[in-house]
Design a protein around this ligand. Sequence first.
Ligand code: NAD
Length: 379
Amino acid sequence: MPKKIRLGILGGGGDSLIGVLHRVASFINDNYSITGAVFNANYEDNLSFAKEIDVPTDRIYKDFDTLVEEEMKLPKEERIQVCAILTPNFLHFPMAKKLLDNGFHVICEKPMTTTYEEAKILRDAHKKAGTVFAVTHTYTGYPMVRQIREMIKAGELGKIHKVDARYYQGWINPIIHDKAKRSTVWRLDPKKAGISSCMGDIGVHAFNLVEYTTGLKIKSLLCDFNYLYSDNQMDVDGTALIRIGEHVKGVIRASQVATGEENGLAIRIYGDKFGLLWEQENPNFLYKISDTEPMEVYKPGHAYNSALSLDGTKLPPGHPEGIFDSMANIYLGVAKAIRGIDYNDGEFPTMTDGVRGLNFIEATVESHKGGNVWVELDD
Ligand SMILES: NC(=O)c1ccc[n+]([C@@H]2O[C@H](COP(=O)([O-])OP(=O)(O)OC[C@H]3O[C@@H](n4cnc5c(N)ncnc54)[C@H](O)[C@@H]3O)[C@@H](O)[C@H]2O)c1
């Protein structure tokens, strides 16, 4: 067994939402050990959290710049190899850029940056660095999502003509109506979140899911946002009509004020032979529907699934795996790439997905603000 990969963590402190998902995911396949971190902006919180989860404090740094500076002094065989960036959005770009410029591998939360311009700069930095770069569109790690990708790639649906992706949450509903509460949420602050709340935070996952599963690129979109209040500058709900080709169209719907919804990401893809339906809250069921045949239900771990899907299950069928395993599959793909082991295309979202995501987010804002006009995405 090769030695574990030395993982650094930026953000993801005990007070965070996403930190635990990354930590657990990194442990699941026994590939990583947390070697250093800046879990929080506040050094005391950072140190006490490291103690709480039993990470040695000798490489818990006071801030990100110190982490890079001190790690670069260490011999390569001791240095952190890959850093996971789990901070609020506005810190992704400066952190990722500096990490790439210093030769680190990077696992970056979405949205990869806060602007399309930054995303393209990062793409250039990544080309120069030649290291591994992953963007954690978590849902691509689910075995049934991977199965959709492979079934479509094999032509099982026939010619795709309609895609409907939705990501509905309700958690901003109890916040948005109270001005004082609003100001406590970084996702509603353009300085920290970027130009979009709803599309930037969750619409971008739905966008990625469309392109990941169909293998097709969205060419243009027309978007309408709801801000709910005229003094709120961030979208909390939006719908985008999408054009993939002249006769391939669809819709991406996202909301943070869909009252009562939890993490309602779902996709429906229709070809001229079959349709596929999948929902994140029941991730182990993939439904294949047809006009003439009974509905089929695909489940993880069965030999009828593709190699990419089967790579994402660890236990025999009937042992449900979920969101932690999905993220762990992304970490597994990254581990293979870092170690130079062959891996399947689609094991982790890449820099290309990150850049596409920012192109999408900015296009939705441009479309809405331009009076709900069609906006082209780059190739
Ligand atoms: N992939 C997914 O499904 C998914 C889900 C949730 C969040 N996210 C993304 O993860 C990122 C973090 O989201 P969250 O909900 O965990 O946010 P959060 O506010 O819950 O946590 C952010 C963490 O970053 C730390 N932090 C802030 N500034 C820092 C600094 N300068 N140095 C080090 N640490 C610092 C905070 O102390 C906190 O621990 C966001 O980019 C978000 O879009 C992704």
